[in-house]
Design a protein around this ligand. Structure first.
Ligand SMILES: Nc1nc2c(c(=O)[nH]1)N[C@H]1C(S)=C(S)[C@@H](COP(=O)(O)OP(=O)(O)OC[C@H]3O[C@@H](n4cnc5c(N)ncnc54)[C@H](O)[C@@H]3O)O[C@H]1N2
Ligand code: MOO
Ligand SMILES: [Mg+2]
Length: 418
C-alpha cells in the first residue's frame, strides 16, 4: 500500500528546517577579496574618524580671537607662519596675529580654532594674508571623531560587505577580515533520463538542467558549489552516492526522485541512512513533494525533479539555511506587496508560488507571471525575478489584485515572512 503523505503548510515546513541547529564557520580573508562576503564580527571604530581636527578647505588656520575686529572697513592682516599640506603637521607655533597656510585634510595647528577659505583672503604682500570679516571658534573645522567616535559599532556582524564597508575596513587598518565561510553545497541530479549539457537529445531523454540551475541558485545565495554529477535511477547507486557526498559537503541537494514513482528512490535512501525526514509533502505548488531530511547536523534537500518545483524548493528551504550559515539574521526572501499585472485564474487548494516578473510601475510594485507556469516549466524561469504568492483556495486571481511577492534579486532579506 502506497504511503499517504500529509501536506503541511509552507510556514510549518520552513519552521521545521530553521528550527534545526544551523552552525557557521568563519575564516580570515584579505580585504581585497572581501566584497560580497559576510562580516563574522562587528566592525568597530578602533579610533575616531577623523583621527585629528583637520581643515576641510585649502586656506588659512587662524586663532578666532585675532579676527574679532576684522571687517570690510577694517581689514586685518595676519603674518603667515608656514604652509601645512595634508600629511604634514605644524613645525612652528601660531602666535597672536599669525596664521598658517593650510591645505584640505591637514591637521590643525594646536593654537588655531578656525579656518578661512583661500577665496576669502588676499595677499597684500608676500607672507601676509588679509581678511575682511571675523571668524568664530570652530568655523570650518572637521573635528576629530565627528564622522565616527572610537568604539562605535559601524557595521554589524552578519552584514554583507559592500564597497562602503570595504572603505571602513581600510580606514581602520583591517588588512584581513573575519568573514563567514561559504558553506559547500553538493548538487546531485538523479534520473535515468538525464543527459549531459553537451550530449545530443535522444528519444525519452532530456538534458540535466536542474543541477546547473541549482548550482547557480547556490551561488546567488552566497555559497559554494560542488557538482556531484548525475545518477541513473538505481537505489544502490543513489544510496552510496548520497552517503559519500555527505562526507564531502556541508549541505546536499538532490534533484528528482522524491515523489512516489517506481524509480523515486530518495525516500528509501533517507530511510537507509537513518536520516530524520522533516517533511515530504508541503501544501504548495510547485514543489509539493519537496523533502528535507537531516542527519548528524547536515541537511539533505530533496528537491523535486520538475525544474520549476526544484527552483522554488531551493528558494524557500535551502536559501535560508545558506543565508543563516553566512550569519544573516534575516535569512529569508523579502516579501512585499504588489499589484498583480495579469490574470491568474486557475485556483488551487495549495499556496502557489507563481514564477513572476516584478517591476516598479508608478512607484509601486507590479508583478505578472513570467510565462508557462506548470511545475515542469523551464521556459519561464529566465524572466523570473520574484515568486508571486497566491494563497490556496477556490478562487482565481485577476489583474489589479493586491498580492504578496517574494523578491529574488535584491540584497534585501527578511525574517520569517510566511
Ligand atoms: N502519482 C503521483 N505522481 C506524481 C506526484 C504525486 O504526488 N503522485 N507528484 C508530482 C509532482 S507534484 C512532482 S513535482 C513530480 C516530482 O517528481 P520527482 O521529484 O520524483 O522527480 P522525477 O520523477 O525524478 O522527475 C520529475 C520530472 O522532472 C524531470 N527532471 C528530473 N530531473 C531533472 C533534471 N536534473 N533536469 C531537468 N529535468 C529533470 C523529469 O524528467 C520528470 O519529467 O512528480 C509528480 N508525480
Ligand atoms: O511538487 Mo509538484 O512541483 O507540486 O508539481
Ligand atoms: Mg518521480
Amino acid at each position: 500500500m502506497l504511503e499517504q503523505r500529509k501536506p503541511i503548510p509552507v510556514a510549518e515546513a520552513v519552521q521545521r528546517v530553521m528550527s534545526k541547529k544551523i552552525t557557521s564557520k568563519t575564516e580570515h580573508i584579505h580585504i581585497e577579496d572581501a566584497l560580497g562576503r559576510t562580516l563574522a564580527e562587528d566592525l568597530v571604530a578602533t579610533h575616531p574618524v577623523p583621527p585629528f581636527d583637520r581643515s576641510p578647505y585649502d586656506g588659512f588656520a587662524v586663532r578666532s580671537q585675532d579676527t574679532a575686529q576684522a571687517s570690510r572697513e577694517n581689514p586685518l592682516d595676519l603674518h603667515v607662519t608656514e604652509t601645512i599640506g595634508a600629511g604634514s603637521v605644524q613645525t612652528v607655533p601660531v602666535r597672536e596675529n599669525e596664521a598658517a597656510r593650510i591645505m584640505t585634510g591637514a591637521m590643525m595647528p594646536a593654537e588655531c580654532d578656525a579656518v578661512v577659505m583661500l577665496e576669502l583672503t588676499s595677499e597684500p604682500e608676500p607672507g601676509v594674508m588679509r581678511i575682511k570679516r571675523s571668524f568664530h571658534k570652530g568655523d570650518n573645522i572637521s573635528f576629530k571623531g565627528e564622522d565616527a567616535e572610537e568604539g562605535t559599532v559601524l557595521v554589524e556582524k552578519g552584514s554583507v560587505i559592500n564597497p562602503g564597508t570595504v572603505a571602513l575596513l581600510a580606514t581602520f587598518g583591517y588588512e584581513t577580515v573575519t568573514v563567514a565561510s561559504k558553506p559547500l553545497v553538493g548538487v546531485l541530479a538523479t534520473g535515468s533520463e538525464l543527459l549531459e549539457v553537451n550530449e545530443p537529445l535522444e528519444p525519452g531523454k532530456i538534458r540535466n538542467s536542474n543541477a546547473l540551475m541549482a548550482a547557480a541558485q547556490v551561488k546567488r545565495a552566497g555559497a559554494e558549489v560542488k557538482m556531484l554529477g548525475k545518477l541513473s535511477d538505481d537505489l544502490e547507486a543513489c544510496y552510496q552516492s548520497v552517503k559519500e557526498a555527505l562526507n564531502e559537503v556541508d549541505i546536499l541537494i538532490t534533484t528528482g526522485g522524491v515523489s512516489v514513482g517506481d524509480f523515486d528512490f530518495l525516500p528509501e535512501v533517507y530511510k537507509r541512512l537513518g536520516a530524520e525526514v522533516l517533511f515530504n509533502k508541503v501544501a504548495m505548488r510547485p514543489g509539493s513533494v519537496t523533502t528535507v531530511a537531516h542527519l548528524n547536523g547536515q541537511f539533505l534537500f530533496g528537491l523535486s525533479g520538475n525544474p520549476s518545483a526544484c527552483y522554488v524548493g531551493f528558494e524557500l528551504f535551502t536559501r535560508p539555511v545558506i543565508q543563516q550559515m553566512l550569519g544573516n539574521k534575516k535569512p529569508h526572501l523579502p516579501v512585499e506587496d504588489a499589484v498583480l499585472g495579469a490574470d491568474f485564474t486557475k485556483p488551487n487548494p495549495f499556496t502557489r508560488f507563481v514564477r513572476g516578473t516584478v517591476s516598479i510601475k508608478h512607484g509601486r510594485l507590479e508583478a505578472s507571471p513570467s510565462g508557462f507556469n506548470k511545475s515542469s516549466a523551464v521556459s519561464s524561469l529566465a524572466a523570473t525575478n520574484c515568486l508571486i504568492v497566491l494563497p490556496g483556495g477556490t478562487r482565481g486571481f485577476t489583474a489589479g489584485d493586491q498580492v504578496k511577492v517574494a523578491l529574488l534579486e535584491t540584497a534585501e532579506s527578511s525574517g520569517m515572512p510566511w
